[in-house]
Design a protein around this ligand. Sequence first.
Ligand SMILES: [Mg+2]
Length: 243
Amino acid sequence: MQDDLVRGNRRPGDVLHSRPAAVLWDMDGTLVDSEKVWTVSLQDTAAWLGGELSAAAREDMVGSNMARTLRIMFDDLGLERDPARVAAAEQWMTARTGELFAAGLEWRPGALEALRVVRAAGWPTALVTNTLRSLTEMALEGIGREHFTVTVCGDEVPRGKPDPDPYLRAAELLGVAVEDCLAVEDSPTGSLAAERAGAAVLVVPCEVPVPLGPGRVHRDSLVGLTADEVHGAHVQARSDRAA
Ligand SMILES: [Mg+2]
């Protein structure tokens, strides 16, 4: 198996020996500790709208896309979803998040080393995020664009996570089958999106617990992740799903 890993040999149809064709990274909560930043921005936006966000609504928003996030917020605050007001809230929240992102983001434990390990092992990679391109570009200043072959943002696909679109788009851009990819996710919403697309998932929870499931391999953090483990997680997730 080690030889397969080193040479990148594929044995078609052989789930037990298949190495991922690409590694697809979620950003918020997986690579950077930005869910904490989003919490500040979401609470500030709720205050701007004249209300206070409940803890349950905030939890439901983790890993979610902008449209769904705003839907949850307006419902939580008991506000009518007037399109103009929703659009104004999105604009305000994007600007506020931009201010906070510009102040710098913290890495999740082991994330930078894990990105380097995956790159050094020769896997193509994608950043697959629900966050808007304008904000992602700010985050990439700190994370480093060199870690990713391609990047896909929430405003570049018809529907964001938990729909599969961002993952399907990433695989398409990389020219690989999404079923052969390993996604790395921290949230229930993101894990569901990867799963719906057909990818195996390495789950590294951050703010909220993520349910177990076939096709999901859990790890406490990215600290000490090796190329062998990336390969092993892919093999295990695929064989669990096939069982
Ligand atoms: Mg996330």
